[in-house]
Design a protein around this ligand. Structure first.
Ligand code: FES
Length: 118
């Protein structure tokens, strides 16, 4: 059985998930994502908050309708685009804020509501 890197780290080990004791976590905040409340921490990217809440599918590609989620985590691929307070944004590049309203897969929802195809 492999050692759990989180336990190893909390025991002061050198695991891949070692936590630096000098790095603190921001205060707890709440976002509204697809009409559900999601807990996050100040200072996290929206993309990380979405992933931690289990939201890995963020949109579908416009032509092939294939599922998309975070890929590069540095603002290049645009696979993580969601609607934030009414405007499209790459979730990996946006800092999570208390009260932020987020919608995932907005193009597919708009397409479904109009009964339209691509
Ligand atoms: S994951 Fe590539 S732009 Fe966000």
């Amino acid at each position: 059985m492999l050692p759990d890197p989180r336990q190893e780290a909390s025991a002061g080990g050198s695991g891949a998930f070692r936590r630096d004791p000098d790095v603190g976590r921001g205060r707890s905040i709440r976002l509204v994502v697809d009409d559900a409340v999601v807990e996050a921490f100040e200072g996290e990217s929206l993309g990380v908050a979405l992933a931690v809440s289990g939201r890995l599918l963020l949109r579908h590609s416009p032509n092939a309708q294939t599922p998309r989620g975070m890929f590069c985590l540095m603002g290049v691929c645009q696979e993580c685009v969601v609607e934030v307070d009414g405007a499209l944004a790459a979730s990996c590049m946006v800092e999570a804020r208390d009260g932020m309203v987020v919608s995932t897969d907005v193009l597919a929802r708009a397409r479904a509501s109009t009964g339209g195809g691509g």
